[in-house]
Design a protein. Structure first.
Length: 356
């Protein structure tokens, strides 16, 4: 019989083994990326308020070049996305989804057409836009404490470095006296990228001061056509391997995939490449010539592009259109609820007619 000491040692070894496995799963859960803005996770609420977010709601691609995995849910649920949680009661989520279906189905014919879905996608995207505007008001106040309606690059730089743990008063004094700042290489790289973005957001005539509207463009480039172009240039810069300012399929799918050390990581990498290949060939490469230009990527990234919204509507319908009538019935949306809401509903068919 195993002694108590031997048992505890065995239990400790098992715990360490499991911990190692979980750490591996976390490391390889998503392929790495070289984008400087994504290198460090946000460390405080203040940093979240002043650092441009990598993830933009309702935009198909992240700022670092990764595909937005939640895009379908964001343009179908809008601000209600948070209500559909993994641990929510399926019956409640089913009722919420039925209410959404009735709102999308504006002609009340019990089915959703591509045009109806397109209208809904545009409406939900605008919701995300308005939400960003409201959040920007709060964030702008955080970097404009004197309330003069303008923020200089130096003022922003001080707030940013303070959020990184630097002493705000000391930094402000050094900047005022044009003294050298002792900043680590990684933070300096982030600052350089932010400064480029800051200058791009400074509308003519350039005064190196951002007002609230310009600051919105700085944080949310999807709100400005000029900043959208700048974001596309940054993405292509990160992915373009031969420097021709265009993307081939191999460049698009070879955004550095992590070293694979186990089968689960291999499966994740394979799925990631498969998703990117499909998006490149079927959506982004509009003329199907095997090359994605800046113009094509810009059209793809524009969240308020009505043509894109219609194509997205048709794709969303095709996913769940089991009877192939080019429309979505309630039963189909409920059955494919995980695609539309991120929440899997059980026993949808048994309750659909009695509840709707």
């Amino acid at each position: 019989m195993m002694s108590r000491q031997a048992f505890l040692c065995s239990l400790g070894s098992l715990y360490l083994s499991l911990l190692f496995v979980f750490l591996l799963m976390d490391v390889y859960a998503r392929p790495a990326n070289n984008s400087a803005l994504k290198e460090k996770p946000a460390e405080s609420k203040d940093e979240n308020e002043i650092l441009p977010p990598d993830h933009l709601n309702g935009v198909k691609m992240e700022m670092d070049g990764h595909l937005n995995k939640e895009f379908h849910q964001e343009v179908f649920l809008g601000k209600e996305m948070e209500e559909f949680e993994e641990d929510s009661e399926p019956r409640k989520n089913r009722k919420k989804l039925m209410v959404i279906f009735s709102k999308v189905d504006i002609n009340n014919d019990k089915k959703i057409s591509a045009k109806e879905m397109q209208r809904w996608i545009m409406e939900k995207t605008d919701e995300h836009f308005q939400e960003a505007v409201e959040e920007n008001k709060m964030h702008f106040r955080a970097v404009d404490p004197d309330g003069d309606g303008h923020v200089s690059w130096d003022e922003y730089k001080i707030k940013f470095l303070a959020s990184k743990g630097f002493n705000e008063k000391e930094i402000a004094e050094k900047i005022k006296n044009n003294e050298e700042l002792k900043i680590d290489e990684e933070t300096q790289e982030v600052l350089d990228n932010l400064k480029d973005r800051w200058y791009q957001a400074d509308n003519p005539p350039p005064d190196l001061l951002l007002n609230e509207e310009e600051f919105l463009s700085f944080l949310h480039p999807e709100h400005s056509r000029g900043m959208l172009k700048f974001m596309v240039k940054e993405i292509i810069r990160d992915l373009d391997q031969d420097g021709d300012k265009k993307l081939t399929l191999s460049e698009f799918i070879s955004l550095p995939v992590g070293t694979v050390e186990n089968q689960q990581a291999q499966d994740i990498d394979d799925d990631w490449v498969k998703d990117r290949r499909k998006e490149f060939e079927e959506v982004i490469d509009a003329n199907h010539d095997g090359i994605v230009t800046m113009e094509e990527l810009e059209e793809y990234m524009d969240p308020m592009n009505e043509y894109n919204a219609l194509n997205e509507a048709k794709q969303m319908i095709a996913v769940a259109d089991e009877n192939q009538n080019h429309h979505l019935e309630l039963e189909e949306i409920l059955k494919y609820s995980e695609y539309f809401t991120g929440s899997k509903l059980m026993d949808y068919a048994r309750n659909v007619h009695e509840e709707f």
